[in-house]
Design a protein around this ligand. Structure first.
Ligand code: FAD
Length: 385
């Protein structure tokens, strides 16, 4: 099958690791809504979650293409990398904007897996996609920020030691531009939970360990401010290109898993005395999904190369995320259809992956918001909001 194969040695090694966590493992975790602790530990021990941390901080110091290879292979094996993918990229904000003291304090331990930084708190119930309207406030009280407010859909908090939190430090109507006046705090969850922070699990259609967070005068030491007060929004934006390209790589992995499974099933399943794969009505949707996936993979590859070359790649990151998420969702639908009734049964794993890949039409950024960005920033059409 023709496809991009950057970092083949990383891909092989990740595929071998994932083979030790077969379909049954993920099926059980999904049924029990349990966190795949063993899998995440194995990835951590093998160093795959620290590929983007520079060697100076004891990470592997590899490029984004290597991180994409890791995540694509995880998804392609049938696993769910969403359990830990954020450990790879959330630290980017700390790396780019943190003080030397913060980097020395946290990054080596994140690289070794001693500290988990895989929770990222942006979304709020009342602001939704309109991040500048977040209401979670932090004000200075001596040498602490005091945080009050609420977040929703914040994933992996129960499996993280640290949370990167976006708060308002100056009210929206007191700043020149709505994007000003927000700040990023590094919250130590080991101290915060039960002392001003309440975490409430949120049940969703997929096993994603997502939660609601309630802040009631949580005290965060002032030294945990990342970068400058008031500039948090731009720091968060900075990290979004890497996040989008990595999620796009995951979607490519998902799409390839669906295509592999559909092809295999279409060959083996016999109805009307022949394999269903003999019918063009079955073949063509599989072939179309393959074409769509390979095209999306080229855009992911392009965005990744631009990112690794230090070029501005906001539009390419957005386009790759949209194309890859569309390819994986189309492949998911095709795979379910190819499996007929069996696609709905838990034992074939198609319905689980179908639910999991659907998320990427909405998070971390929804398809509409990407289209809006392309329409206004690339094509110069008037803004609608
Ligand atoms: C399982 C899961 C895990 C998540 N994990 C995290 C996490 O760890 N951290 C975090 O901060 N967030 C997380 N999120 C939140 C996610 O990023 C948001 O759900 C997403 O950004 C959309 O925000 P919203 O749900 O408030 O939708 P809304 O902003 O309410 O939008 C609803 C719909 O309207 C559309 N829409 C809104 N405005 C416009 C417009 N102007 N034009 C056209 N269409 C528009 C949107 O595209 C969307 O389809 C997670 C979400 C889920 C479901």
């Amino acid at each position: 099958m023709p496809e991009q194969q950057s970092h083949p040695e990383v891909r092989d090694a990740v595929a071998r690791l994932c083979a030790e966590y077969p379909d049954e493992y993920w099926r059980e975790k999904d049924r029990d809504k349990a966190y795949p602790t063993e899998f995440v530990q194995a990835l951590t021990d093998a160093g795959y979650l620290s590929v983007l941390i520079p060697e100076a901080y004891q990470g592997a110091g590899m490029d984004l293409a290597a991180a994409c290879a890791v995540l694509e292979e995880i998804q392609r094996s049938g696993a769910n990398g969403a359990a830990c993918h954020a450990q790879m990229y959330i630290m980017g904000t700390l790396l780019r904007h943190g003080s030397d003291a913060q980097k020395q304090k946290y990054l080596p331990d994140i690289a070794s897996g001693a500290l988990r930084l895989q929770a990222f708190g942006v979304t709020e119930p009342s602001s939704g996609t309109d991040t500048t309207r977040i209401k979670t406030r932090a004000h200075l009280d001596g040498d602490h920020y005091v945080v009050s407010g609420q977040k929703v859909f914040i994933s992996r908090v129960e499996h993280s030691d640290l949370l990167l939190l976006l708060v308002r430090t100056t009210a929206r109507d007191e700043v020149e531009k709505p994007t000003q006046g927000m700040s990023v705090l590094l919250v130590d969850l080991r101290e915060a939970v039960g002392n001003g922070l309440t975490v409430r699990p949120l049940e969703t259609m997929l096993n994603h360990a997502t939660t609601e967070l309630f802040f009631d005068k949580l005290r965060v030491p002032v030294e945990n401010l990342v970068g400058e007060e008031g500039k948090g929004f731009s720091y968060i934006l900075d990290g979004m290109n890497a996040e989008r390209i990595l999620i796009a790589a995951e979607c490519i992995g998902d799409a390839r898993w669906f295509i592999d499974r559909a092809t295999q099933y279409a060959r083996e399943r016999e109805v009307f005395g022949a394999s269903i794969g003999k019918n063009q009505g079955i073949q063509f949707p599989i072939a179309r999904a393959h074409v769509q996936t390979e095209a999306a993979a080229l855009m992911v590859d392009k965005a990744c190369r631009m990112f690794d070359a230090g070029e501005a790649c906001g539009s390419e990151a957005n386009m790759s995320k949209l194309l890859a998420a569309d390819a994986s969702w189309a492949a998911a639908d095709m795979c379910l259809q190819t499996h007929g009734g069996y696609g709905f049964t838990v034992e074939y794993d198609v319905e689980r992956k179908f639910r999991e890949t659907r998320l990427y039409q909405v998070a971390p950024i929804s398809t509409n918001l990407i289209l809006s960005n392309i329409a206004t920033h690339v094509l110069g059409l008037p803004k609608s909001f």
